[in-house]
Design a binder for this molecule. Structure first.
Ligand code: NAD
Length: 255
């Protein structure tokens, strides 16, 4: 039995990047995984691969910015797998990379709708399921950009700062019900999101080296660096961990 044997885990934004790596590692550690994403075909391909390997999984098309969608999908997951023990609120967008005085209201709102409201809807609608089974683990993807600043992506910084504190409030609210809530703060990890960010900044190859050098360990992280942190927080190894910030950043914020 793996570290997550008997648990059911829902991962949002699980078609690509950090969510995909987390779904893979959680499944290999024994969890039944619900692979949820806007990109249904990619999510479904991942779920099928897992099932072919004998690991329980299924895919759902999900837009985390739509409350009814979130509520319905969580209900369907609970029906399919019998319970929900873990929710990874991973879906996120980088949004417009412009100085604050040049941003439109729509650009601001587009980021908050996914990164902040998506987490709110996820927590709101998973609580009844976790309450029913007597506990659970909610893992919210914040960022180093929710801890320290940089002169870029203002709506993203705001959203990740919000997620950091929403996590602590919910940790306190639901601790009496044995529902743990923690945030994960990755440094730059090589995923399609970071590739897109570097493209917008000018050049991918030079950007990758320059951004990598911002991390004292000398390079960007890889998706599994974050996935293993999520496995830990989801597991009973972390049974006394709630309201915590798990920083996985190659030393970026240690300065
Ligand atoms: P990514 O862009 O590579 O993948 C994000 C996934 O989320 C995609 O599959 C996308 O289709 C999905 N998604 C986007 N909007 C959605 C929505 N409304 N509903 C459902 N799914 C949606 O991103 P990533 O780099 O893997 O990042 C994952 C999370 O980690 C994000 O919250 C991001 O902000 C955070 N993060 C990433 C890094 C990094 O360096 N990669 C660093 C810090 C924090």
């Amino acid at each position: 039995m793996g570290r997550l044997g008997g648990k059911v885990a829902v991962i949002t934004g699980a078609a690509l990047g950090l969510g995909r790596a987390t779904a893979l590692r959680m499944a290999e550690e024994g969890a039944a995984v619900a692979v949820c994403d806007l990109r249904f075909e990619d999510a479904d391909a991942l779920a099928r691969d897992l099932v072919e390997r004998g690991l329980p999984a299924a895919a759902w098309r999900l837009d985390v910015s739509r409350e009814l969608d979130v509520q319905r999908v969580l209900g369907e997951v609970a029906e399919r797998f019998g319970r929900i023990d873990v929710l990874v609120n991973n879906a996120g967008v980088a949004g417009a990379d412009k100085p604050t005085d040049q941003l439109t209201e729509a650009e601001w709102d587009a980021v908050q709708a996914v990164n902040v409201k998506g987490v709110f809807f996820g927590v709101k609608h998973v609580i009844p399921h976790m309450r029913r089974t007597g506990g659970g683990s909610i893992i919210n993807l914040s960022s180093i950009y929710g801890l320290v600043s940089a002169p870029d992506v203002p709506p993203y910084h705001a959203s990740k700062g919000a997620v950091r504190l929403m996590t602590k409030t919910d940790a306190l609210l639901y601790a009496p019900e044995k529902i743990r809530v923690n945030s994960v703060h990755p440094g730059f990890i090589w995923t399609p999101m970071v590739e897109g960010y570097l493209k917008a900044q000018g050049g991918v190859a030079e950007g990758r080296a320059a951004v990598g050098a911002l991390h004292p360990l000398g390079h960007m992280g890889e998706p599994d660096d974050i996935a293993w942190g999520c496995v830990y927080l989801a597991s009973d190894e972390a049974k006394f961990v709630t309201g915590a910030e798990l920083v996985i950043d190659g030393g970026y914020t240690a300065r």
